[in-house]
Design a protein around this ligand. Sequence first.
Ligand code: FBP
Length: 701
Amino acid sequence: MEDTKSPNREGLLADPDLLRVTGNVNPETRKRMEARVPSCPVFTRGATRLVEDDRFVFRIDTETARELPRICSNRAVRVLAAGEIEEAARDHGKKRTIGIVFSGGPAPGGHNVIAGVFDAAKAANPESRIVGFLMGPDGIIEGEAVEITAEMVDLHRNLGGFSMIKTGRTKIDSKEKMELSRRTIKSLGLDALVVVGGDDSNTNAAFLAQEMLDDGVQVIGVPKTIDGDIQVRDDKGQVICAMSFGFHTAARAFAGAVANLCTDASSDVKYWHICKVMGRVASHLALEVALQTHANITLIGEDLAEYLDEKRLAAAQMRGETDYTAYGMTLRHLSRVVCDCVVRRAAAGKNYGVIVIPEGVLEFINEIQVFIIKLNTIIADYNQTHDTNFHHDNPTLDEKLDYLRRLARRSREDKTFTMWNTRDDDLFNDIPAFFQEGLLMERDSHGNFPFSQVETDKVILGLVRDYLGWLQEQGAYRVGIPRDWFVRTMAEAGLSAQRYGSALFENWSDGEFLLTRPQIVNVRTLTQALAREGLLAENGQVPKALQKVHKKSIPSFKTQTHFYGYDGRGADPTWFDATYTYNLGLTVFALIANGATGQMAAIRNLELGFDKWEPMGVPIAALMRLEERSGKLSLVIEKSLVDTRSPSFEAVRALREVWLSAHPGSDNYRRPGPILFTAEGTEDLPITLALNALERIGEKS
Ligand code: FBP
């Protein structure tokens, strides 16, 4: 709102002190922008060369060989200093025009990728030009681009976001879009295109590399995503790229906020803070947040998916059957797991805590996964058959439900139609409307389900609340009463702690925190229990002190929900991410200068510290597998999920009982502290990586 009424507005706006204090860039940020992160030694010695790296082997999918024949035989390459090799040096200094595009969600460090490419290209030949495509791949399709200048780079060095050229989620997936892209790339005279993106965008980069080969345009990918699900191992399981960029910063930002909530929770001891953290499918971010904060409960989707209901399985085996529903966790079971933790903490007097829920957790829950797959296929099938858009044709939830109902009816009439049957329809109609709406939301252009827009926490919380209510009625959910406090309260009221204690509590003989007997769930049942023990005359009033004790034992499950995602995605990069991305930019240029295409820049040994970093090129085609997308099988880069046998997960598994702290005494929260922009500090590395490196110690060359 423009305020022109303020007296002396002009004078104020020209006041140097006011301008200094309210300027857009504060001294900390200025320092950050002016800081220079180190370059790997290989980049400080002039030109580079590439050598094929025989240490790494990949199996090429037959479909990849069919669809990407011209780049599928790429090998992993290592970047080395060119040294005396003159030929390499001459090509290195060629004048080039390099285009760069951000694709997908922002991730901290993206601007440093640009800075790395820019610095290396200009150092090799000051006449080289870097062109940034605006608004993601749409900029390529529509020919919207700007030349990146030194000033633009300096204004964004070490700063978060993708604001310099913006980003978008469009996929270049049709002949028409490919042709328009080719036209733009040719009209700009590009020698190379750099695609900074996630698994889907790097997949797109591979197809562009294949398409543009005859035009002499090289295409190089860069592994970006806060979700941390681009991690590259070869077929022998050797790690080449331990983590995509942006993950560390986002995880640290989320962890900072979650740790503050741990402090708050343990201070006013009345709330359960429910923290949903981003990560559309994989739970890497949640895992790192758990390691950073020691929150009381952290759900890891991949872990839940491996759950096996032994009892159910055994019962079925007795009947000579196999119960497939015993594999993996149901939503109801998950809510029980959470309730169990809440109940156990309450028993130790802690009716508060912090729960971390990965955004994509529902993808790992049996029945939800089935719905997601079925609905993806139904929507894709509708779009294909009608050549329109399901969501445009059926804009309201009622219309969508009506369409599903018609499919269920069809399944009754036509036994060969099994995509959506009456049982599916009944189950779907049982879930709350807001969640139905979530599950029916429009998929992105890569066919991904928009988990960030689904109130996952609300779905789980609804069930948790219901079950806790039931447990409370059964007398199983109660707040433990500190023995000292009870004894004091009784003494102050002139009542015998011994007599009342044994009548009231099931663990009077040995509990530090006293648990009311399960049958005492309200004042009426309390009165009855006291009367039974002869501690209250018929129609007598429960003494005030006992009413106070009883009240204290009744839990109320008060929650506050939080979503951490976009905030961390926009954070300024940690020193790790800033250094990583700058060196990725330098690697990109080395790959381009040495004629590579269809490669993804990577830094090996990220987890071993800067001294051991090895800039590499990873053949993108070798990472691709067939996956179901929008109802059909497509070649995509396989997402890396949390490996439940990895040291990082094993650590969380081993420590989760400690972090739950369902015992008297203090909690075991950890404060990750603020993000400092400095090379100092052994922790400036994701803990996940540090732990997983332990596994590799015997494997290092
Ligand atoms: P990328 O995979 O593109 O890096 O995006 C990851 C992510 O941040 C997810 O964690 C989240 O589910 C999604 O983006 C949100 O997408 P949008 O920006 O479209 O809401």
